[in-house]
Design a protein around this ligand. Structure first.
Ligand code: NAG
Ligand code: NAG
Ligand code: NAG
Ligand code: NAG
Ligand code: NAG
Ligand code: NAG
Ligand code: NAG
Ligand code: NAG
Ligand code: NAG
Ligand code: NAG
Ligand code: NAG
Length: 474
């Protein structure tokens, strides 16, 4: 009674209305990247999201603005109950939870705009706009270096990230100018002003990498030649892409490509995998930087025209994702480590945390965004929630506690009667596996418990429950 492949595809389209192409290939294989993205996003919310504070455990508050944005990116591919985080975080946090400085606030601005794009609660848009108004009011300072956004209310340092964020925030708000009661060019004009200042400031060095900032405290206003962090090469890319989109000035795309090219040539390990300059000893702030770079690189990609650059960046992201997720994996219990360079679990334990995992989530999502696939088997991710039958009854199944997903899937693979499985990863590691089966109970493996049910086939998931439901495709 297993359904045909074509019927499966129709079914999949119900659950992934806009993105089914990213999940399965012509042979109905799973794109393993979205699977990883789902496991990682679910884990970050179920195990590490503090509902009381509205931010993530063990993350710096500015980082949680980024995790909110990444969660929104995930939910743009796969709607799920994780969406409740937006409303909760909105209620639990105010405008200035990121930290004391103007970069901290702007990460949240971007997070709220992304949340708004997948959950049209107008409050999110207004919060983003309110943060922006404060920045414009308090942060643009012409006393030193003829302009630019200063780092903090009490620190006049003109650094790269705060200004890149202002460019990106301006352009992200630009389409909403009218709704927000501004003139149609209000945000665009700020973006142009910021970009002209930034480009002429000397902050982009001769290698086309962006250093940490200017010697603004001494009012010398030359490039201070400090570290070229990966995130400094990232946020600028989305700003330039959107500015290009609004002005049709192709020079901006060339500059973005030069910066991205320099990054993937210079800020890497010998095997071509992205390397934060501080590795192997990074502080908590720096743990998220690589994720920010790849996220913004993936925002640039859809605007590019030159096929050679498109292919180069796509391949770079793919190689990084393969390095992070394949055999030598710096991952345990769904938490990924700092190193992306094919490092095994034995060498990465101390660095695995929420921020490093959020960073890897960005990498998986950047692959999903560029429509690449990593496939492993004929099990298709149906979505979140227990698999249910078409009568809304539980199906006959066998289940077991404290197994890994690998055991769950292998057991399902070995049972010709298995038509679906759902797997729930618990916060303390191993999870719960339920294999929906058409087989006789005599095939129930030793150590598993059989449960009678009357299902024929799988048609939907109960999306209230945060488990992954997989359907066999042939
Ligand atoms: C699909 O399967 C066919 C036959 O096994 C194979 O030739 C083809 O490369 C597969 N396509 C993809 C995208 O893997
Ligand atoms: C969650 O946030 C609340 C409010 O800030 C705090 O009191 C509590 O300690 C946090 N929980 C954990 C586990 O850190
Ligand atoms: C968030 O809150 C708004 C307004 O209260 C409501 O309309 C919306 O359905 C909520 N969204 C979610 C995902 O809970
Ligand atoms: C602008 O920068 C100057 C020099 O650092 C500083 O004295 C002044 O307080 C700044 N203005 C504001 C509004 O912060
Ligand atoms: C940074 O390096 C450039 C080029 O070598 C030099 O002109 C500039 O003075 C340096 N900046 C500082 C603050 O030393
Ligand atoms: C800018 O984006 C709009 C909307 O996505 C698109 O229609 C337009 O072609 C883009 N223009 C350029 C120059 O990329
Ligand atoms: C396009 O952008 C470049 C780089 O910022 C700038 O030099 C040039 O003046 C811009 N062209 C126009 C027509 O605005
Ligand atoms: C990955 O990078 C870490 C930190 O720099 C280093 O210790 C490790 O040897 C590298 N692993 C590989 C496989 O290159
Ligand atoms: C990863 O490391 C393993 C063994 O340490 C090696 O066999 C493999 O070729 C490496 N893969 C890459 C992409 O560097
Ligand atoms: C099963 O539940 C779904 C969602 O609640 C509902 O739309 C559908 O009508 C139900 N089907 C049956 C046979 O009760
Ligand atoms: C069949 C298929 O699409 N395979 C691709 C899965 O994704 C990996 C990594 O993205 C590619 O290398 C495979 O070609």
């Amino acid at each position: 009674m297993l359904r045909s492949c074509s019927f499966t595809i129709i079914l999949i389209n119900l659950f992934f209305p806009s993105t089914s192409m990213m999940i399965i290939d012509e042979n109905n294989s799973i794109n393993e990247t979205l699977n990883w993205a789902e496991v990682t996003a679910t884990r970050l919310v179920v195990c590490y999201y503090n509902e009381t504070s509205g931010i993530w455990l063990n993350e710096l508050a500015w980082q949680s603005g980024n995790t909110l944005e990444s969660l929104a990116n995930f939910l743009s591919h796969l709607d799920s109950p994780l969406k409740y985080v937006f409303n909760n975080t909105f209620i639990k946090t105010g405008m200035f939870i990121g930290g004391d400085c103007f970069d901290d606030y702007q990460w949240w601005l971007l997070g709220w705009l992304q949340a708004y794009s997948v959950d049209q609660n107008i409050n999110y848009l207004h919060r983003a706009a309110d943060i922006y108004d404060i920045i414009v009011d308090k942060a643009w300072n012409v006393t030193q270096c003829s302009g630019g956004i200063q780092w903090c209310p009490t620190n006049g340092y003109k650094n790269a990230i705060t200004n890149e964020l202002f460019l990106s925030c301006s352009m992200r708000l630009h389409p909403y100018a009218t709704i927000l009661g501004k003139s149609s060019t209000y945000y665009l004009n700020w973006a142009l002003k910021e970009w002209r200042w930034f480009e002429n400031s000397g902050i982009i060095n001769a290698d086309y990498l962006i250093n940490d900032g200017l010697n603004s405290n001494d009012n010398i206003c030359v490039n201070n030649n400090q570290t070229t962090w990966t995130y400094n090469q990232g946020v600028i890319l989305s700003g330039l892409a959107l500015l290009y989109n609004a002005t049709n000035n192709k020079t901006l795309l060339n500059i973005a490509q030069n910066i991205a090219d320099a990054t993937i040539q210079k800020l890497i390990y010998s095997n071509g995998i992205l390397k934060e300059p501080c590795e192997p000893n990074c502080d908590n702030d720096q743990k998220l930087f690589k994720g920010i770079f790849v996220r913004h690189l993936s925002y640039l990609l859809p605007y590019l025209i030159d096929p050679i650059h498109i292919q180069k960046y796509t391949l770079f992201l793919q190689q990084n994702a393969i390095s992070v997720s394949m055999t030598n994996r710096c991952e345990l219990d769904g938490l990924f480590g700092l190193f992306w360079n094919n490092t095994s679990i034995n060498n990465c334990d101390s660095t695995r945390d929420t921020a490093t995992t959020s960073s890897v989530l960005d990498l998986f999502l950047s692959i999903v965004n560029t429509q690449q696939q990593i496939t492993t088997s004929n099990w298709i991710l149906l979505g979140m929630g227990n698999c249910m039958d078409d009568q809304n009854f539980s199906m006959s199944n066998f289940y077991k506690n404290d197994v890994t997903e690998n055991i769950c899937r292998t057991t399902a693979d070995n049972d010709i009667g298995a038509i679906a499985y759902d797997y729930e990863l618990k916060c303390n590691g191993n999870g719960f596996c339920r294999i929906r089966t058409l087989s006789d109970r005599s095939l129930t493996p030793t150590g598993w418990t059989y449960e009678v049910g009357n299902a024929i086939t799988v048609t939907r998931t109960n999306k209230i429950i945060l488990t992954n439901c997989y359907l066999r495709t042939n």
